[in-house]
Every structure is written in C-alpha cells, then in structure tokens.
Design a protein around this ligand. Structure first.
Ligand code: KIV
Ligand code: ZN
Length: 510
C-alpha cells in the first residue's frame, strides 16, 4: 500500500504575499471552500498577525471549513502564536505553523541572534503553540541555505518541544533537485527523533525548480508538500499544486505515495484563483494552461485521434477540462441556473445573492448567445465583490472619433453617494481612468493593464486586469464585461477598493 502524501495549500498565505495578489475576506472564503471540496489536507489560511482583516478571514475559514485542517502562520513570537491560536479556536482541526530563520545570513543580518538564541526561541514558540493545538508545524526559514549540523540540532529541539510537522523551506529558491532531496534524506536519517514528525518541503521557484525540488523531496522521504494553485507566491512563486499532484498521480511507477486530491476540480480552482488575483495563467502552463491539452500540429492530432496515448500522458478530463460545455442560454430559467451553480460547486448565499446573480445572468444572456461555466464563475465573483465595495460604477458613457480626443462621462457611487465627472484622454480607457481619478482622493500609479477574453468569440466577456501602486502598496484589480471599456473601469475601481481596504498589513518574513 502506498503512503499518503499530504497536500498543504498556501495560496491564501504565501500566494497572497505576491505583490498585488491580496484578496478580500469573501474571496479567501470562496477559495478555501473550493480547496476543501478538492480534498486539500491542510489549508494555510493566512498569517493571523498580519492585520485585523487577516485574523478575521482565518477565523471565518476555521469556522466554515470542516474537512480540511485550517492553519495559520505565526512568527516564533508570543503575540503571533496567541493571535493564531485565537483565530483557530473553533476549527474542527487547526494547526499553528511557526517559523524562525536558521541560515547564517538570516540569523546574523535579519534576526541579529546567535544560533543558540534561535534554538531557545524555537523551543519556546513550539511549546506555546502546543497550548492551542496538538498539531504544530515548525519551519527553519531559509533551511535551503542553512548549515546542516545546526539544522539537525534545531529540528531535534523543535520535535522534542512538540512539533508534529517539520517543514524544510527553500525560501529563496536556491536549491537543485538532487541536492534538496539529499538534504531531506540526511535530515530524516540524522535527527534522532525524526520518526516523531512528518517531514515537509516548501520550495520557491526562483530558478524554476520548485516542483522538481519538491518531487525530489518526496522521493527522499518528505510526506507533505507545501504548494499553491497556479504556483502563485512570493517572487517567482511556490511549487504549483496542480503540477505536483499530477506528477505523483501520473507516475505511480516512480512514487510510493499518492494524494487524496480530487483532480477533476483542478481547472476550475485554477480559474477561480486567477480571476480573483488577476494573475493570468500562461497558455503553455502545465495542466491548467489553455494549450496544456491542445494539439496544434496536424500530425499530433492524427496521432491522438488514432490512439490518445501516442501524445497524451494524462486525460484532460481528469483535471477538469471539457467540463465547460455549453451550459445555458437566453431562455434558461432560475432552476437551470441554480442546478448549474450547484454542479460547478459554486457556493453562494441563496437568500441574498441568487437574485442578483440571476439578474446579471439575464443581462449577459441578452448580450451574449451562449453562456459557459467560466462566464458563471465571473458573474458570481462580480456579485460577491460588489457587496463590500466603497466605490461602485453607476454608469459610464464614452465617445471616440478618429483624430479627436476621447471623452468619458462617469458616475461613481462613493460611500453610497453619486458623483459625476467628465474627462478627456488619449483613448477611451485613458479618459475613463482620468475621470475616475478626478473623483477619488488618492492618486495611484497604473503599473499594468491587460485584456483577455474569458470564452471564445467577439461577444465573449472581456477580462481586464490592472495593477495599481499607492504608498508602496500594490494591488491587482479585475473587471469583466462584454464592453472592454466598462471592464476596464470595473477593474480600476476593483483595485481602488482593494487599495482602500488593504492598508497596514504586516509581512511575516521581513
Ligand atoms: O518561504 C518560506 O520560508 C516561508 C516560511 C514562512 C515557511 O514561506
Ligand atoms: Zn514561502
């Protein structure tokens, strides 16, 4: 019988640490529910000490999610551990993940502590975390660049203090697969009490090796992998959940363990995370990219038609492709929509949200012939985003004429009060953004603007992503509409709303 490989998803914590990927509480809850449905074992729901909003989000996820363990990150500090314990109080199964840096450079330059002091603080933190939960994870941050003799001592002390999972982070993505695997093997062999804990890997993708390093860790005894949907995360990101799960699943001839993940949910959760964070999935991304199962060259198509295994090592439907058949149209009624939402596993509040979603669905069906699953995901996001907004788009009128400046006339509701203005710009989008800036009190810098289509055809919903920077705070915003200018205005307003809500957040690793 093969071992269980624990999947620890950190999309809501490390994923959220990537610039611009901040999520609202409601968005985090949606993702957490989708992760639970996909049978993720542990959901790292955030860093409770980061802000009041993060604390509330973890608390709500801990109260809502029943089948997955809910985890909060905490530095090895009393105040962080206490607040994490408080956030997880009602969890069916809660874990505190505490960490302290162990590499020479981090101990000297960042912590300004001696190795002995680090060991003492780690022991204290783990013991304190055990007061709140029997499930305590300890990470020596930057383990990938730490002295191995010191790591052995630190890990032994953490396990003796009560840590049940030992996570080995390659914090800066410096390791090479055979070397990282050897580190895991050697730690398991050398730490005298290693049999009392599960060893885990947490790899960053700075050299594009996060998945390879994680797989090497598994081959050398790690039984938990920390990963994120679409590989989201600090800098070049973390190990991608979909890639690690499918590699282990597809190569059972190589791995003596497997996950519990419901793989057919992978594509829909990838799209959910992408649309919430605005991090677009590249077309050639393994498993979830638009081209991952597309066979362009005629010769390949011919091969696949004759016998699919000539060019396919996985079945597209096993990760959720082809589930997005034509679903609904103009004449579909409330019940058809309800059934489809349930089938897609989209959880909404039927009392407060369904009528709004149905209204938007009808409006969209008037403009667009065929409505696909992806369109429904977007409609639901749109309705849920609006419920907590400070700024709302009421109406927008733009005019364009060749050789003339474009003009935008916009009405925004700000804190429930309508405000109107007109502005000119070098294009309709520019005029719209200038008009919005005229009505708000902050002046953000537009760092990124991109447009893509959600489904096929000229009547497809267009999705616009923007990235705004204000006072060193970077946020992404998304907007969707069949009209690209309206989608642009919505994206800009979405980012502004996040900017206004996203102040004063503490980063765990600085
Ligand atoms: O990359 C890292 O070291 C981390 C730790 C907090 C586990 O994210
Ligand atoms: Zn990390």
């Amino acid at each position: 019988m093969s071992d269980k490989l624990i999947i620890f998803d950190t999309t809501l914590r490390d994923g959220e640490q990537s610039p611009g990927a901040s999520m609202t509480k409601d968005e985090k809850i949606r993702i957490a529910k989708a992760l639970e449905k996909m049978k993720v074992d542990v959901i790292e729901a955030g860093f409770a000490a980061a802000s009041k909003g993060d604390f509330e989000a973890i608390k709500t996820i801990a109260n809502t999610v029943k089948d997955s363990t809910v985890c909060s990150l905490a530095r090895a500090l009393d105040k962080d551990i206490d607040i994490a314990g408080k956030a997880l109080k009602n969890a069916n199964s809660g874990r505190i993940h505490t960490f302290i840096a162990s590499s020479d450079i981090h101990m000297r330059m960042k912590l300004q502590m001696t190795p002995e002091q680090v060991i003492t603080q780690a022991i204290h933190a783990v013991k304190r975390a055990r007061k709140y939960s029997n499930d305590v994870e300890f990470s020596p941050e930057d383990a990938g660049r730490s002295d191995q003799d010191f790591l052995c001592k630190l890990i032994e002390a953490a396990i003796s203090a009560g840590a049940t999972t030992i996570n080995i982070p390659d914090t800066v993505g410096y390791n090479i697969p055979h070397q990282f695997g050897a580190t895991i093997k050697s730690l398991i062999e050398r730490v005298p009490n290693s049999d009392k804990a599960i060893f885990s890997a947490h790899c960053h993708n700075d050299l594009g090796l996060a998945v390879a390093n994680s797989l090497s860790a598994v081959l050398n005894g790690a039984r938990q992998i920390e990963c994120t949907i679409n590989g989201l995360g600090e800098r070049a990101g973390n190990t991608s959940l979909e890639e690690i799960v499918m590699a282990v699943h597809t190569r059972q001839d190589v791995f003596s363990c497997n996950t519990n993940i419901e793989t057919s949910n992978i594509l829909s959760i990838s799209r959910l995370v992408s649309s919430i964070t605005g991090f677009v999935v590249q077309p050639n991304k393994a498993i979830v990219g638009a081209n991952a199962f597309a066979h362009e060259a005629g010769i390949h198509q011919d091969g696949v038609i004759k016998h699919r295994e000539t060019y396919e090592i996985m079945r597209a439907e096993d990760v959720g492709w082809h589930a997005n058949q034509l679903v609904l149209g103009k004449h579909s009624g409330r019940n058809a929509l309800k059934v489809r939402l349930q089938k897609l596993g989209i959880e909404i509040d039927y009392e407060t949200e369904f009528n709004k979603i149905f209204k938007k669905f009808k409006e969209l069906a008037d403009k667009k012939h065929e409505i696909f699953d992806e369109d429904l995901q977007i409609l639901v996001s749109d309705v849920q985003i609006h419920s907590t907004n400070i700024i709302e788009l009421v109406s927008l009128k733009t005019s364009s004429q060749t050789g003339k400046k474009n003009q935008a006339n916009i009405v925004l509701s700000i804190d429930g009060k309508n405000n109107t203005t007109t502005a000119q710009g070098s294009g309709a989008v520019d005029a719209t953004f200038i008009a919005i800036n005229n009505l708000i009190e902050i002046e953000p810098v537009l760092q990124l603007y991109s447009v893509s289509n959600i489904t096929k055809g000229a009547d497809s919903i267009g999705e616009v992503s923007v990235r705004l920077e204000h006072n060193n705070n970077i946020v992404n915003g998304q907007g969707t509409d069949t009209d690209i200018i309206v989608a642009s205005a919505k994206a800009y307003i979405n980012a502004l709303n996040k900017t206004l809500k996203n102040k004063n957040k503490v980063h765990p690793q600085i």
